[in-house]
Design a protein around this ligand. Structure first.
Ligand code: UDP
Ligand code: MG
Length: 320
């Protein structure tokens, strides 16, 4: 799989307010990556951190030319940060990993072995989920199971910790959509794949950067970019209601023709409420898709680069 006797491995890590975690991360990764017969670059994408993460990235890049830093102009979110890294990577294989050391770097040699054995995509699959509350674990499981059912993308126990070969990366970068969902798109492209089981560690410092809102956005983004099943569901529910209304209408008509009394104020209110709810839900679902179309049509860049820390050899790099 490796054309070069000394393949270049790019490791990409999004960094958002990781503070001293940056130094720990670079240290740990350099340990894992610095093996004979392989070159590496470590790309840290500062996703608009408000703490001293960027100066730390710069210092690391000055110390070691294999470390490269990219600073986004503001917080664009983890998906955009990962994309920035993928677009700037030069390696024959790229590995995306969290900078908080929750993804065990020790799994990287095994991922590289699978890549050398011919896999184009190597996914790290969670064997555990530490430090997650029962409701959030339940929500995640529900979403992943639903997503997997509605689409052809396997999400259960999936992580963003994955390796892509150069051809798989090129394929991924050809996807034009703006609100990307790395876990989904990197599965969608296909290519021969392999998995490696990992134990997710506890966070070494700070707290999770994900807010409930950001997670909801990610879920809606993921769903709307991979399936139009919710739209079909709205149609199906609408047809169901139409059928129900027809039956009810005929029944009422027959009763009236027979001279019976037509009563049922509560029934009317209840029906109104139920219908109203479904109409609003339907509008909401359509609105989500419309919003995505709007976003794609606007075609704004997915991230903007403010600064770079790159002391290594320059290469033709895409402009932000
Ligand atoms: N991250 C980022 N931008 C954000 C949020 C998170 O670049 O807006 C990075 C963060 O620095 C970390 C990774 O994404 O390297 C995963 O974030 P976190 O640990 O908060 O997520 P969790 O582990 O809870 O899924
Ligand atoms: Mg984390």
């Amino acid at each position: 799989m490796s054309p070069d006797p000394e393949p270049l491995i790019s490791v990409i890590a999004p960094v958002y307010n990781e503070g001293e975690g940056v130094d720990r991360f670079v240290h740990r990764l350099t340990e894992v990556l610095a093996v004979p017969g392989q070159r590496h670059e470590l790309i840290l994408i500062d996703d608009g951190s408000r703490d001293d993460s960027w100066p730390r990235v710069v210092r690391q890049a000055e110390r070691d030319p294999r470390v490269r830093g990219i600073r986004l102009s503001r917080n664009f979110g983890k998906e955009a940060a990962m994309l920035a890294g993928l677009e700037h990577a030069r390696g024959d294989a790229v590995i995306v990993i969290d900078a908080d050391l929750q993804h065990p770097p020790a799994a990287i040699p095994e991922m590289l072995r699978r890549w050398r054995a011919g896999a184009h995509v190597v996914e790290a699959v969670k064997r555990n989920r530490p430090g997650q509350s029962v409701p959030s674990r339940l929500a995640a499981r529900l979403f992943n199971a639903g997503f997997t059912r509605l689409t052809t993308v396997e999400l259960v126990n999936a992580t963003d910790f994955r390796l892509l070969s150069r051809p798989a990366l090129e394929a991924l970068l050809r996807l034009p959509e703006h609100s990307s969902f790395f876990r989904g798109t990197s599965s969608w492209i296909g290519y021969s794949r392999d998995t490696v089981g990992v134990d997710i560690d506890h966070r070494e410092g700070g707290a999770s950067r994900w807010t409930f809102r950001a997670l909801c956005r990610l879920a809606v983004n993921g769903l709307t970019s991979f399936t139009s099943a919710p739209l079909h569901l709205v149609t199906v529910v609408g047809v169901g209601f139409a059928g129900f209304a027809a039956v009810l209408g005929i029944q009422t008509l027959v009763r009236w023709l027979r001279g019976g009394s037509v009563a049922g104020f509560p029934t009317v209110i209840l029906l109104l409420l139920v219908m109203g709810t479904f109409i609003l839900l339907g509008l909401g679902v359509i609105g989500e898709y419309l919003a995505r179309i709007h976003e794609e049509v606007r075609g704004r860049p997915r991230y903007l680069v403010q600064d770079r820390a790159d002391s290594g050899p320059a290469a033709g790099e895409p402009a932000a």
